[in-house]
Design a protein around this ligand. Structure first.
Ligand code: SUG
Length: 444
């Protein structure tokens, strides 16, 4: 069956700010407490969506989440009216207030893991919302992500949206950021590669020493079970613990795959040769030859990959069978990466085009092009069955730009989170957004 990949980008919410909440994510830590520009962040994200939609790539969006998360604030003992809750949190624990205000749902690669219907036992498209339990500011996202996914993918004949796994360390799950699907084409059965950072129940297994491994093997296995994936076409690969300690907090910061191509850094996996061997064999079973595009440390050191987000790129199939690599501007600014990319597109590789975007507002929190999108391969019938109000069009783009211009601030400093007016502004903006997207009740 034919299928088309849609990228569901996260629409950046009005409370986008730099709070330094992600230990192990170098950019988040480096930009802590600097002023953000939510308006610019949202416009940068929309510009990417518009340009890719205009090129004919399947493009849609996932809405931002209601902020601040009053449920979180009240559950940890801040009481009274909304204004009192905000005032108390700002005084006693600004960092918890920042967690409740985080716009991190913009990184929709972490919203869920997705298995297309061609891969699942029941022939439905499966989602499991990611519990993101490694970080307080992200650990509640799954509630609204599940709700949004169920609103968009409502028809249970085609879609299954599973609740997040139990929010305990054994099941640490970061969604599609640690999951890559390789295949012959998007509509036929593929190989699903889960990349984990640690194993809860194997004391002998290696793990990073400095920074947390957010994804566990146990979580990946649970998601594969929920989605009804076949054992022959499912792989569990360990991420190299040393690169996690160098700031590679998700696998999508060091590798990206599309169709039969895997673009990855030499040091991405704990056992590179073993991983490639497994992949090759599994892919042969679905009639595809692995195209492994390896970037050597000698060409691009891990630190440069992390600084530029070379691998946090989107690898998109074009109509002519070639692929485009969607990269952030930072890739042009890191010399080793710029020169590598120049050589790559000139080399006759399947990657023959670079598409650049300015995503600096998101990048400063460690979110590149690939973090900002959730890939969903949809058959024609599934594409017709999903909610259409989130599909990017020129009209929707212009409507959303006007909405952003009307509601978003162009400067947000940490102290501004204490302003009770901000909560009202965010709520007003999102109420209007639910009408624009045709998703009434999304924020009730
Ligand atoms: O989870 N940053 C996000 C970035 C997520 C990137 N996603 C992927 N690689 N797929 C994170 O670390 C920073 C928030 C702050 O510090 O204010 C943050 O959550």
């Amino acid at each position: 069956m034919s299928a088309r990949e849609f990228n569901f980008d996260g629409l950046v919410g009005p409370s986008h700010n730099y709070a330094g909440l992600s230990f192990g994510n170098v950019a988040s830590f480096s930009n802590v407490k600097s002023a953000s520009n939510p308006k610019l962040a949202a416009l940068q994200g929309l510009a990417k969506m518009r340009a890719l939609a205009a090129r004919g790539f399947g493009q849609a969006l996932l809405p931002p989440q209601d902020r601040p998360n009053f449920r979180l604030l009240r559950s940890v003992g801040f009481t009274g009216s909304d204004a009192e809750v905000l005032a108390k949190a700002a005084k006693e624990s600004p960092v918890i207030l920042a967690c409740a205000y985080s716009a991190s749902p913009m990184w929709t690669a972490n919203a869920a893991t997705v298995s297309p219907s061609a891969d699942s036992a029941d022939g439905r498209l499966h989602f499991t919302s990611a519990n993101l339990n490694n970080k307080l500011h992200r650990a509640f996202e799954h509630e609204q992500s599940t709700r949004a996914l169920r609103a968009i993918f409502k028809d249970e004949k085609h879609f299954a949206v599973h609740d997040a796994l139990p929010g305990t360390p054994a099941f640490g799950d970061e969604g599609a950021a640690n999951h890559t699907r390789l295949c012959k084409d998007h509509g036929s059965a593929g190989v699903e590669m889960f990349v984990y950072g640690r194993t809860e129940f194997d004391a002998a297994a290696t793990a990073p020493k400095k920074y947390p491994a957010r994804q566990t093997l146990e979580a990946s296995q649970a998601v594969a079970r929920l989605h009804g994936l076949s054992a022959e076409r499912t792989m569990y690969i360990q991420q190299n613990p040393d690169v996690i300690d160098q700031g590679v907090f998700h696998n999508d910061v060091i590798a990206v795959g599309n169709a039969n191509a895997l673009f990855y850094h030499e040091q991405a996996f704990a056992d590179e040769a073993g991983a490639l061997d497994q992949l090759r064999r599994a892919l042969a079973g679905v009639g595809a030859d692995l195209n492994a595009i390896r970037v050597d440390t000698a060409r691009v050191p891990v630190a440069d990959a992390v600084a530029s987000y070379l691998f946090n790129s989107q690898l998109l199939s074009k109509a002519d069978g070639k692929m485009a690599l969607v990269i952030p501007h930072e890739c042009q600014e890191v010399a080793s990466v710029a020169s590598y990319l120049e050589g790559l597109v000139a080399s006759g590789s399947v990657i023959d085009e670079l598409i650049h975007f300015d995503l600096r507002q998101s990048m400063r929190n460690g979110g590149g092009p690939a973090c900002l999108r959730l890939r969903v391969a949809l058959t024609d019938a599934e594409a017709a069955a999903m909610h259409q109000g989130v599909v990017m069009t020129e009209t929707l783009y212009h409507t959303l730009v006007a909405w952003v211009e009307k509601h978003y601030r162009d400067r947000l400093e940490p102290a501004d989170l204490a302003d009770p007016q901000l909560a009202i502004e965010v709520h007003t903006a999102l109420e209007e957004l639910s009408r624009i997207l045709g998703l009434p009740g999304l924020y009730d």
